[in-house]
Structures are given as structure tokens and as C-alpha cells.
Design a protein around this ligand. Sequence first.
Ligand SMILES: CC(C)(COP(=O)(O)OP(=O)(O)OC[C@H]1O[C@@H](n2cnc3c(N)ncnc32)[C@H](O)[C@@H]1OP(=O)(O)O)[C@@H](O)C(=O)NCCC(=O)NCCS
Length: 312
Amino acid sequence: MECTVAFGPLSEADRDAVAALIHRSLVQWYESRLRQGHRFGDQAAPFRIFPDVYEALDPGETITARASATGEILGVCFTHERPTHLAVGIVATAPESAGRGLAKRMLELALAQARRLGRPARLVSSLLNLDSFSLYNRLGFVPGALFQDLQLAVPAAGLPGPAPAGAESVREARPADATALADLEFSLQGIRRDKDLAFFLQPTAGAWRVLMLPGADGAPRGFLVTSTHPSALMIGPGVAADEAAATALLWATLDLLRGKSVVFLLPCAATDVVRAAYTWGARNVELHLAQSTAPVLSARGVVFPTFLPESG
Ligand SMILES: CC(C)(COP(=O)(O)OP(=O)(O)OC[C@H]1O[C@@H](n2cnc3c(N)ncnc32)[C@H](O)[C@@H]1OP(=O)(O)O)[C@@H](O)C(=O)NCCC(=O)NCCS
């Protein structure tokens, strides 16, 4: 089978097919294993945001697997080259091509790129999906922090209870803040994503909101990005120096989303932030695991991962 599959980049004309593939693979996998296919809706169109955002952010980096004879896209794997690491985003293969090694071959290409760069590869994988956990684990990814996915319908009147300390100091970040925010993430987590921050803070990008919490000296104690795009309302990425800063940033972000239902990931170890989210009405919907070929052992602070873009 593998000799009939070609691995290469994504063209503009492929984007609808990639959106359809991601949607179809997720619905099929979650429905057949967990009876949860409904989580991904009945339309593929919203999934177009993944190739659109990823090709705008990292043009030419997407890896596809396609049938040589017909050109049909059978698999996709998004990668994000950053100065400190190579991040791997969504990996999906056509349900009828499952188990043929397509995902493994795409990941081997990504790992070869990481080796060429001399940088670790990083990703966040679902703990409900043993197939993807095993795929990454067998290829050398080592489990790290555990995250819980929380869903919250933010009341139209705002979150219950008083605002946490520090929320009053949270402000919108400006393009000029990008380097300070990237420096903060590097100092806490050992990774750099200046490119992402510049992308989110472009005045024309529109769908992103970036909140930051300045400390007493004006230097940021944390930032939190939100995709407000109707296809992908999602909180993250973000990082905070401590749980108090993370709670203030999360509260201020949720306050922007009054009347909306949103999903966000919190480190299970960030118990104060998790407890605050429960008091606001959040419910666990899934568990995720950070995995890396070389975990940063000195990482500290509170991380908010995201699926758009999975560049951390
Ligand atoms: C997860 C997914 C990408 C796997 O794709 P695939 O093309 O079927 O995977 P492959 O055939 O390339 O490889 C799977 C590997 O995992 C291994 N594997 C699967 N389940 C395993 C288990 N329980 N224990 C050990 N290994 C396991 C397989 O043996 C294989 O490794 P091998 O070739 O060394 O034997 C696919 O099921 C999918 O698209 N799912 C829906 C989308 C999704 O959830 N993506 C991941 C999250 S972003």
C-alpha cells in the first residue's frame, strides 16, 4: 500500500479536502470508540480554519499523504517550526486508510525535520485516544504535563462571584508587547513563539484577542490568547508566572465571552485555577497530555495549551 501513497505539501486547492478529512476522521474515531462523534458537529466547513490559519502562519509546512493514483488526500499532519522546538499539530488519516502506517510515516517526516534542526518535537495528545497516544509514544515522545479540558457556558450576566485579585490589571496586549510576552514564555517554559505572538497581535487578524497581566514593574506576569473565530472559539495559547496570574487572566478572558460556551485546557496540577473554574460552572470534557521528544525539565508556571494553533 505504501508505494501508492505520496507524502508532500498542501496546496491551496487541497484546503477543503483537508477540512473534510479532519472532520471525517475525528467524527469516525470518536463515534466508533466513544460514541462522541457529535462533538465535532455535522459540517466540515468550520475545519477549514485549520489549513487556513496554519498555512498563513507557517506556509508550506503542512505534511500530506495522498493516493498517488488519484491525488486524494488520505492524511494530514501540521508542523510548526520554532526557534526552540518543532511543534506538531493535528494528525489525521482517512478512516478507510487507518492502520496502514500513514500517520506514522507523516510523523517520521516531522521527526526527521526536528532532528535536522537539532530541536525537540512537541505536541499535545488526547488521553481518551489510545491510538494517537501509542502512535506518538512508540515514536519516542515522552509524556509530560497532564491537562483537563473544561467546558463553560459563560452566563450573559458574567461569571458568578467576585473577580479574582489582579483581574482589574489585565489589559489588551499591543503589537509592541510581542517580544516581552515571548520572553516571558521562554523564561518560564523554555520555548519561544515570537512569530505566533506577532501573528495574534496583527491589527488586521481580527479573530484573536490577546490579554496580558502586567506586574508591578510593568513586565508581563502572563498572557492569554483567545480565538474568537465562530469556527473555533477557543482559549489559549497562554502562560502565566503563577496560579494567581493565571486565574486573573482566565477570568478576564471569560468575561469577554459572556453568553458564549467555550472550552479551555488547564494543567491538572494548577489546582487553584481548576478550583476557580469549577466555581464558575466549568465541567471536564476530556484529558490531554503534553508529549515531547525532550521535555524541558525546568519548565514552570501555568500553561494554557490550545488546538489553534498547536505551536507549543
Ligand atoms: C490517530 C490516527 C491519526 C492514527 O492514524 P493511523 O494512520 O491509523 O496510524 P498508523 O497506522 O500510522 O500507526 C499507528 C501506530 O500506533 C500503534 N498502535 C495503535 N494502537 C496501539 C496500542 N494500543 N498500543 C501500542 N501501539 C498501538 C500501531 O501499532 C502503529 O504503530 P506501528 O506501525 O509501529 O505498529 C487516526 O486514528 C486518526 O486520524 N484519528 C482521528 C483523528 C485524531 O484523533 N487524531 C489525533 C489527535 S490530533
